[in-house]
Design a binder for this molecule. Sequence first.
Ligand SMILES: [Zn+2]
Length: 279
Amino acid sequence: MTTTYAVSRGASADRPGALALAFDLDGPTGDAMLSGELWERPGYFCLGAYGPHRAVPRILDILRNSGVQATFFTPSWVVEHWPDLCRRIVDQGHEMANHGHRHEVFFEMSESEQLAVLDQAQAIFRRELGLEAAGFRAPSGDWHPRTAQLLAESGFRYSSSLRSGDQPFRHDGHSLIEIPAKSLFDDYTAFAYHRAPNFPSGLDRVAAYRPAFETWWEEIDAAADAGLTVTTIWHPKVIGTPGRALLLEELVDRVSRDPRIRVGTCADAVGLWAEGNNE
Ligand SMILES: [Zn+2]
């Protein structure tokens, strides 16, 4: 019996696999900031601030030691409040990309509201970092039916917002390229935990660290065999604790030495895909 299933262990791909290393540097932005509740909840603020305060320097050291670059999808509120850290990210060769201003919920916003946030974030990137973002990731994991068109019209080259597919693809009718992510590569699914407000509801989960990293490796390994593209949804405040950072270091070191995998930023993965498709 023959099979056309392409992702079988040992299959040899005619193109390299790609791992776009991506961190969502949300800091304390998000729903509680949008509602104003955050300013009455110091503990909740500190949970988010742990990312830029403590975890990002640790992650930057790991990336530098492995000689790989990553993308940091960063709300511009974080850029405004941690400008030196964000400049350090840029100075070390990483990509800063648009993730709204205060982690707005794009699927609830009008077109003009979305454009205003995109423009505000780009203006802050220009002012604080001297650059405009080429990429965008929708905060909160979804977007408005018109968001892709608005991004293309605003000059963005790529998005990493949707969950479909194992390879980048071009959105219908315009120039925007999508690098689909998968929720299993979101570190919230294994590790996020907070009380009051409770996350997850029921407070019944923090996965054992090593099996969670091995799960990610199994997916990366199979994608590499098949010449596919993987990207991550890692939040420094979640994945950057001392113990998890050690395992992150092990994983990054492993993939950076793997000849089947091109490791880099989301922009690098878009470039690799475009090159392979003669675009
Ligand atoms: Zn986010």
